[in-house]
Ligand binder design. Structure first.
Ligand code: F6P
Length: 343
């Protein structure tokens, strides 16, 4: 019998987390199940930092970005004593099931903990949309719309000033935001982590556009895109607890190269965390709500080690282990559609 559920949000935040929290709490209330909010991802379970969640605590949070529970990039497997405290606190809190909302790192930990006997259900969250076994994670749609709006805005100023505008968007391993925002915003070139940057091709495409009378171009690049077999462009060497380096700077390098090789004035805009903030779109609110309700249903049915997932228009359960086994990179069919409009 599941009488008490723990809920946490881990990793990078994104719009749609609060709709999940609200849905979990409201569904639990329907079943008379208590919900304990664990603060700041796995850190909260290591430190026993929790809050009781009830009707009142989730009132009004549906349209709010971020997460009322807070988040962190804490990896409990980094230190043995942390893992021990986590297990002790899980017992102390008398939680019957744990709902973990996160991306590849948070859900990777969830899967390991499930294998150690903790009753976990996962909910996929990522603006990068790179989690396998789900068509979409919430957060992506909002980030995509933010990036598209930014490209629209850059378009008008690029055209007025006859400039090349390079737009750096998020996307560590997968270029979903770049490709979809690029298609939606009418980008002239889109560069993604999946395909090494060929500078000659980029210059050729820009020149081709200018040759046919266009005096401006929009280049969208994912932060994780690379030149040939060169390293990722990073802001600092330090790794986080999951071994990730802080990305950023590819847009600047690209802009300098373009300006030097074409002679056209080139500017760069880095969208950064703006893509992760703000109110969730209706799509992300609905998806987050559906995921939250389904996660509670799975927990109550004792279906642990599973992740809720959107496939087609159905919300189903998939094994956590399959969802984290490999990242979902950009569909080349989609990239080929984007390429029709290059240059
Ligand atoms: O994983 C999602 C993501 O938005 C990546 O695209 C990006 O590299 C990373 O998070 C940035 O995270 P942080 O909040 O640590 O800067």
């Amino acid at each position: 019998m599941v009488k008490k559920i723990g809920l946490l949000t881990g990793g990078g935040d994104c719009p749609g987390l609060n709709p999940v929290i609200r849905a979990v709490v409201r569904k639990c209330l329907e079943y008379n199940v208590d919900v304990i909010g664990i603060k700041n991802g796995w850190k909260g379970l290591i430190e026993n930092s929790t809050i009781k969640l009830d009707f009142q605590s989730v009132s009004g949070i549906l349209p709010k970005g971020g997460t009322i529970l807070g988040t962190s990039r804490t990896n409990p497997y980094k230190k043995e004593e942390h893992l021990k405290s986590l297990h002790e606190n899980y017992k102390k809190l008398a939680i019957d099931a744990l709902i973990a909302v996160g991306g590849e790192d948070t859900l990777g930990v969830a899967d390991k903990l499930f294998k150690e006997g903790i009753n976990v259900v996962g909910v996929p969250k990522t603006i990068d949309n790179d989690l396998s076994c789900t068509d979409y994670a919430f957060g992506f749609d909002t980030a995509l719309n933010t990036a598209t709006e930014a490209i629209d805005r850059l378009h008008t100023t690029a055209e007025s000033h006859h400039r090349i505008m390079v737009v750096e968007v998020m996307g560590r391993h997968a270029g979903w935001i770049a490709v979809e925002a690029g298609i939606a915003g009418g980008a002239d070139i889109i560069l993604i982590p999946e395909i090494p940057i060929d500078m000659e091709e980029v210059i050729g495409l820009i020149k081709k556009r200018h040759d046919r009378g266009k005096t401006f171009s929009i280049v969208v690049v994912s932060e994780g895109a690379k030149f040939g077999n060169k390293d990722l462009v990073t802001q600092e060497e330090k790794l986080d607890e999951f071994g990730h380096i802080r990305l950023g700077g590819i847009g600047d390098i690209l802009a300098r190269l373009i300006e030097n090789k074409t002679g056209y004035e080139t500017r760069v805009t880095v969208l950064g965390h703006i893509q992760r903030g703000g109110t969730p779109t209706a799509f992300d609110r609905v998806l987050g709500t559906r995921f939250g309700v389904k996660a509670v249903e799975l927990a109550i049915a004792g279906k642990f080690g599973q992740m809720v997932s959107l496939q087609g228009n159905k919300i189903i359960a998939v094994p956590l282990s399959s969802a984290i086994s490999e990242l979902k990179t950009v569909d080349l069919e989609l990239y080929n559609i984007a390429k029709v409009f290059f240059g």
